[in-house]
Ligand binder design. Structure first.
Ligand code: GRE
Ligand code: ZN
Length: 327
């Protein structure tokens, strides 16, 4: 399919091009670093070759979220966002950007998002899970009350918020001890991100701010498959579903969430997600440079869905959600 739009596509600046969040063997890291720091050469020719009209660019992970000092986090986020804006300016027909945000301080995060949207023309934000705040051992999640003014700003600016994975802190990763192969995209990323998304839903955030749009990758981090059981687990046990939110998790998932195909090029999972969310809330993505453009595109272009759904998932839904113009 020509004209695809891809949404979870990463770049790095010098300060974030470090091999620490999800360590790779040196040879692999050299390749990834090359891919992350290129925008207009290899990336663009792959897009041409595989029918990707546009990428929404974002920073790599965990980047800003792993800088405990709020002022320093803000400084790196601003630098990354200025760099992103510069890349978009060179080819606005092929690249747009999602903002990195210093979530360590909700007020700074709201201010930076407003700058990115209003002054730099960004299409939304992409944040790498919880933030370390004050010290490296503290993980702060965005369902907490101090983030409500931030979410009000996101709703007012009317842009999507992409909740991207990161690994749990070592103190929260004891279950993986001796099994480090389960960290990163194999399992821990999805677990971490799904729980964060459920925390947002259960907190009542979407009752207070019903127009928020959260995007999650990897065909929903296993949530579509889990949604029935989450809402139905032991329905006869009183108080089991005792959360502040007013509705079922499925209600929020189908009203406030969108998912992408990033790194999950698997037709049964896509069909399941389509049954739970419908074809209007699913969007094509690659997850470059951690996944290959040819793997994503060859699978998507040939997978067994209708041409109408392929067009929606490949292009139309992203154009609408990120206000990229009408065809
Ligand atoms: C990602 O951005 O999705 C990612 C990483 C690191 C390793 C694998 C991966 O940031 O998919
Ligand atoms: Zn990614």
């Amino acid at each position: 399919m020509q004209g695809k739009i891809a949404l979870e596509e990463h770049i790095a600046i010098a300060e974030t091009a470090t091999n620490f969040g999800t360590p790779f063997p040196d040879r692999v890291w050299q390749e990834l670093k090359g891919r992350l720091t290129d925008v207009h050469d290899r990336r663009l020719s792959l897009m041409d070759e595989y029918g990707i009209e546009m990428m929404l660019l974002s920073l790599n992970a965990p980047a800003v979220q792993a800088i405990p000092d709020p002022a320093q986090a803000e400084q790196i986020a601003r630098k990354a966002n200025d760099f992103l804006a510069e890349q978009v300016r060179k080819r606005p027909d092929r690249f747009q950007a999602l903002a990195a945000l210093p979530m360590q301080d909700p007020a700074r995060a709201a201010r930076e998002l407003e700058r990115c949207v209003k002054e730099l023309g960004f299409r939304g934000a992409l944040v790498n899970g919880f933030s370390q705040v004050g010290n490296a051992e503290t993980a702060v999640y965005y369902d907490l009350p101090q983030y409500r003014p931030f979410w009000a700003a996101v709703e007012r600016l009317d842009v999507p918020f992409y909740l991207h994975p990161r690994n749990p802190l070592p103190r929260d990763a004891k279950i993986y001890e001796g099994h480090s192969w389960l960290l990163g995209p194999v399992w821990a990323f999805g677990q971490e991100t799904a729980v964060h998304a459920l925390r947002l839903m259960g907190s009542g955030l979407f009752d207070a701010h019903p127009r928020l749009s959260i995007v999650i990758g990897h065909l929903g981090e296993n949530l579509p498959y889990a949604m029935w059981r989450i809402d139905n687990a032991n329905g006869w046990v009183e108080q089991r579903n005792d959360y502040p939110a007013k509705k079922t998790m499925r209600d929020y998932f189908t009203a406030n969430f969108h998912i992408t195909t990033s790194g999950n090029f698997n037709t049964p999972a896509l069909l399941e997600a389509m049954q739970v969310l419908g074809a209007d809330r699913i969007m094509f993505s690659v997850d470059w440079p951690f996944e290959n453009v040819d793997h994503a595109a060859k699978w998507f272009d040939a997978c067994e869905i209708s041409e109408n759904d392929r067009h929606k998932i490949g292009r139309i839904n992203a154009r609408r959600l990120f206000k990229l113009g009408n065809d």
